[in-house]
Ligand binder design. Structure first.
Ligand SMILES: [Zn+2]
Ligand SMILES: [Zn+2]
Length: 207
């Protein structure tokens, strides 16, 4: 090597011998190699000395932390690798996301309208209480004398749910109301007839 025309003795680097005599320098950050689904890791330190290809591989201690997924949030697995070299700690981390769990809905609660003309199915998640309401389709069929079967039907998350109520046809509302109105109307006619008769009979007969 020439510097200002003066030949300077070069520090000849003859591979391992020189490297060993100089002493390696593994003070830099290692390269990490995760293995066996992140259950293990290797920290690979490269010698920082110029021209030296030497590496030092150390088995890391791996700690695994779990955060379970629920139907409200994703979970995670955190892999923490750690090695110590010359009194210094080196760490690496790898995170794995666990997908949210689906809600778990048992049979729904059915809410019928009083007139049995509409109904909703309320699904409530067993784990978090999340609610989903679905309007049901209603069908009705006469099943026996004076009785009607009302059937409601919903499909939720690919599953069919059904519920039915048997009721005497229009008994609660229309039957009673019709009877009351009929009674009032009949009474009214009778009363009217009596009044008309009384008025007529009270008018004196004139020739
Ligand atoms: Zn070296
Ligand atoms: Zn849930």
């Amino acid at each position: 090597m020439l510097k200002n025309g003066i030949k300077i003795a070069e520090n000849v680097f003859d591979g391992k011998k020189s490297a060993r005599s100089l002493g390696h320098n593994f003070s830099g950050e290692p390269t990490w190699q995760w293995q066996e689904n992140h259950q293990k890791a290797l920290a690979i330190f490269a010698c920082q000395n110029e021209g030296c290809q030497e590496t030092l591989t150390i088995d890391a201690e791996v700690n695994i932390m779990y955060d379970d997924a629920t139907c409200r949030k994703e979970g995670s697995i955190t892999y923490l690798a750690k090695v110590e070299l010359n009194g210094k700690i080196y760490r690496a981390e790898f995170n794995e996301v666990i997908a949210k769990k689906p809600h778990e809905y048992p049979e729904p609660i059915w809410c019928w309208s009083k007139d049995l003309k509409s109904a909703i199915a309320i699904f409530e998640c067993d784990n978090c209480g999340n609610q989903v309401e679905i309007e049901a389709k209603i069908t009705q069929e006469a099943i026996e004398d004076g009785k009607m079967r009302y059937t409601v039907h919903v499909t939720f998350e690919g599953i069919d749910y059904e519920n039915s109520i048997d009721a005497r046809y229009n008994k609660k509302f229309n039957g009673t109301t019709a009877f009351i109105f009929a009674t009032i109307a009949f009474t009214g006619i009778i009363m009217g007839a009596i009044i008309v008769f009384k008025i007529r009979s009270s008018i004196p007969y004139q020739k």
